[in-house]
Write a protein that binds this ligand. Structure first.
Ligand SMILES: Cc1cc2nc3c(=O)[nH]c(=O)nc-3n(C[C@H](O)[C@H](O)[C@H](O)COP(=O)(O)OP(=O)(O)OC[C@H]3O[C@@H](n4cnc5c(N)ncnc54)[C@H](O)[C@@H]3O)c2cc1C
Length: 413
C-alpha cells in the first residue's frame, strides 16, 4: 500500500456514513468523513425508525441526544397488513420519527466530536484514486472556494446513497433487481391530533382517479409538533400523479377516510416532496480497497421503513469486518466476503418482503392465508412487527419456509 492518510475514507455522512465512521472510531481507527451537503440539511426521505436503530445509537453513544428531541414515542405499528405494539428490544419499546435534518445532524456532530474522525462537509468526491489494482483514496472538490484535494486510505467506503458515485466508479455489480414499485410523496402538517397510543399508521386503498389499484397514506407523528403525512401510488400511476402533485396528494388523502379523518384538520407546513425513482437492488458490497454501506449497497422501496435500520446494522457489520482484517485475523478478501454474506443474510428477508418477491415465492393462496392469520392471531402480528423492527431476525418470519410454517404447512412443500 502506498501513502495512507486515514484508515478509512467514508463518502457520505448521513445515517450509514456517520454510523460507519463511529463504529470504526470506537475501535480506534482514523476516518475521514466527507459529504457534499452542509448540515443541518434535509434529504429526500421520510424517517420512521425502529428499535434496531435506537439500539445502534445507544452503542454509538448518540441515543440520549436523539431521545431528547421532542418526537412522540410511537407505541404501535398500524399498517394495512399488520397491527401490533412495538416489541421491547434492548429495553426500548417504541419507534421515533425525527426529521432527517435533526437526526443526521445529531449523528454527524457526534462523529465530529470523536478525535479519530475528521469531518469535511460541503466536499464532493469526484474521483477514486487507484494504485496497484486497488482503490487507494479519493479526489474531492470543496464546493465553497472550489478547492481540490486528495486523500488516501486503506479503504474507501461508499455511504453515498442510492445513486452512489463510489459504486459507479468502483464498478459494483447490481443483482436481484426489481422494477420500482411505488412513488411516494410527503409533507409536514401542523395541528394533526395524535392517536392514542401514538402510532405509526398507514392506510391503503385504490385511487381510481389516477387509475391506481393500490395507493396508501401514512401518518407518522414527528418532532417539533409536526406530523409527517405521506401518500404513495403504484408506480404505473407515477407519471399521472406528478402532473399535479398538490391536487393529487390531497385528493389521495381524502380518498382514504381513516387517513383524512385525522389529517383533514391539519395545516400544511412544508412543501410536498417525493419521488418515483426508487430502485430495488443489491450491489456487490466490496472490491479491492472499497466497500459500500447503506443505500449505496442495497436500496429498496421505503414502504416498510427499513432503510435507516439497515444502514446502521450494515455499518456495524462492515466495521467488524474491517477490524478483523486490520488486526490480521482475516485477509481483506476473507473479511469483506464475510461482510457481504452477513449483510445479504441480514437484509434479504425484508428485501424480499418489501419487493413482493416473497409473496411470489409462496404463491397467492398461501400469502392470503398468511395475511388473514395475521389479523386473527395477535402472536403472528407481534412476530411480524418484531421482524420489521429486527427484534427477531426477519428470517424467522419473512422467508418462504417461515410463511408456510405460519399457515400450518410443512415447510419444505
Ligand atoms: C421517499 C422516501 C421515504 C423514506 N422513508 C424512510 C423511512 O420512513 N424510514 C427509513 O428507515 N428509511 C426511509 N427511507 C430510506 C432512507 O432514506 C435511506 O435508507 C437512508 O437515507 C439511507 O441512508 P444513507 O446514509 O445510506 O444514504 P443517504 O441518506 O442518501 O445519504 C447519502 C449522503 O451521501 C452524500 N453524497 C452522495 N454523493 C456524494 C459525493 N460524490 N461526495 C460526497 N458526498 C456524497 C449525500 O450528500 C448524502 O448526504 C426513505 C427513502 C425515501 C426516498
Amino acid at each position: 500500500m502506498g501513502r495512507v492518510d486515514f484508515d478509512a475514507i467514508v463518502v457520505g455522512a448521513r445515517v450509514a456514513g456517520a454510523a460507519t465512521a463511529l463504529y470504526l472510531a470506537r475501535r480506534g481507527y482514523s476516518v475521514l468523513l466527507l459529504d457534499r451537503d452542509r448540515f443541518p440539511s434535509p434529504t429526500l426521505s421520510t424517517h420512521l425508525f425502529f428499535t434496531d436503530t435506537l439500539d445502534a445509537l445507544r452503542e454509538l453513544g448518540a441515543l440520549e441526544r436523539v431521545l431528547a428531541v421532542d418526537a412522540p414515542r410511537l407505541r404501535w405499528l398500524r399498517f394495512p397488513y399488520v397491527a401490533a405494539p412495538f416489541p421491547e428490544y434492548g429495553g426500548l419499546d417504541f419507534a421515533l420519527c425525527v426529521r432527517r435534518e435533526v437526526f443526521d445532524t445529531i449523528l454527524l456532530q457526534h462523529a465530529a466530536a470523536q478525535p479519530e474522525i475528521t469531518v469535511q462537509t460541503g466536499t464532493e468526491v469526484t474521483g477514486l484514486i487507484r494504485e496497484d489494482g486497488r482503490v487507494a483514496g479519493v479526489r474531492y472538490r470543496a464546493r465553497r472556494g472550489k478547492t481540490e484535494g486528495e486523500a488516501h486510505a486503506r479503504i474507501v467506503i461508499g455511504a453515498d446513497g442510492r445513486h452512489s458515485f463510489v459504486a459507479r466508479a468502483a464498478g459494483a455489480a447490481e443483482y436481484d433487481l426489481v422494477a420500482p414499485l411505488f412513488a411516494w410523496y410527503y409533507a409536514y402538517l401542523l395541528d394533526v391530533p395524535l392517536d392514542d397510543p401514538p402510532s405509526a399508521a398507514a392506510f391503503s386503498g385504490p385511487f381510481p382517479e389516477l387509475g391506481a389499484e393500490y395507493a396508501a397514506a401514512f401518518i407518522f407523528p414527528a418532532d417539533s409538533g409536526l406530523t409527517l403525512v405521506g401518500f404513495g401510488v403504484e408506480h404505473a400511476a407515477f407519471a399521472r400523479f406528478r402532473r399535479n402533485v398538490r391536487t393529487n396528494f390531497f385528493a389521495g388523502l381524502r380518498s382514504l377516510p381513516e387517513a383524512w379523518e385525522r389529517v383533514g384538520q391539519g395545516r400544511l407546513a412544508s412543501r410536498i416532496l417525493g419521488t418515483g425513482q426508487l430502485p430495488n437492488l443489491f450491489r456487490t458490497a466490496w472490491g479491492p480497497g472499497w466497500a459500500l454501506v447503506g443505500d449505496a449497497g442495497c436500496h429498496k422501496d421505503p414502504h416498510t421503513a427499513q432503510g435507516m435500520g439497515d444502514a446502521v446494522r450494515s455499518a456495524r457489520l462492515l466495521a467488524a469486518a474491517l477490524d478483523c482484517w486490520w488486526r490480521g485475523e482475516a485477509s481483506e478478501v476473507e473479511a469483506l466476503a464475510w461482510y457481504q454474506r452477513e449483510r445479504d443474510a441480514d437484509l434479504r428477508p425484508m428485501y424480499d418482503f418489501t419487493t413482493f418477491r416473497l409473496q411470489a415465492q409462496v404463491g397467492e393462496e398461501i400469502w392470503e392465508r398468511f395475511n388473514q392469520l395475521t389479523w386473527e392471531d395477535p402472536n403472528l402480528a407481534s412476530r411480524r412487527v418484531a421482524a420489521m423492527t429486527h427484534a427477531v431476525h426477519p428470517a424467522e418470519v419473512y422467508t418462504p419456509d417461515a410463511v408456510r410454517r405460519a399457515v400450518g404447512m410443512p415447510s419444505a412443500l
